[in-house]
Design a protein around this ligand. Sequence first.
Ligand SMILES: Nc1ncnc2c1ncn2[C@@H]1O[C@H](COP(=O)(O)OP(=O)(O)O)[C@@H](O)[C@H]1O
Ligand SMILES: [Mg+2]
Length: 228
Amino acid sequence: MKQSKKKDNRKKLITATNPNSIISEEFISVKTNIEFLSIESEKKVLMVTSAEADAGKSLIASNLAVVFAQQNKKTLLIDLDLRKPVQHHIFGFWKEAGVTEMLVNGAFCSEEIIKKTEVERLSLLPAGTIPPNPTVILSTQQLADIIKKYSQEYDQIIIDAPPVLVASDAQLITRLTDGIILVIKSGSSEYKKVMKAMELLNRTGSKIIGSILNRPSVEAGKLYYTYK
Ligand SMILES: Nc1ncnc2c1ncn2[C@@H]1O[C@H](COP(=O)(O)OP(=O)(O)O)[C@@H](O)[C@H]1O
Ligand SMILES: [Mg+2]
């Protein structure tokens, strides 16, 4: 995978470029909360989702993955937003093979597809080619097998998932995870959508372990979170 537009995207990975910033502290605090919850039941595979697009899921998933890796966890970030993948871009890779190729070709050639990032202990499994029907890919047993295999090889897996209200993709992913982190875009018009998304997620039987209130419209540094 060739490197792409590295400099442009580095600022999105504030936890990597500026680990002592207030925003990095906030991500560490989210990570610590997750670890506390893990005492009760393991939270090794977590998905980050939201009601609609542009809530800041991808930004939050990537920075959360960085802080897990910085704190000595061998971490794998998986881009399962097969309709709008961006993690390869955030980490400075051109889009090449990813989850889709792994599943379509039946190839477990993880050494080639999984990329080591510039952050020590953090690897990325990109989404790969956008498939004609992501729902089919996300329903496969092979995907469940892949995640199971990597959950044995890594200490922490973070999945960047699609939004809940766009298609059934996010709901399908819940079956593969130990918990859901719901990113809420701030703004009063969001309330009903968030309630609807929570209802759909709860129906899957998976647990929303926390929610992060994000303000994607303002400058980086204004990232708020709440945890329950
Ligand atoms: N707290 C924030 N401050 C500034 N920009 C943000 C913040 N959260 C997200 N963004 C920006 O908003 C855009 C959408 O965020 P993204 O993480 O791609 O959303 P999603 O994955 O939910 O669609 C991106 O350009 C991202 O860098
Ligand atoms: Mg995204």
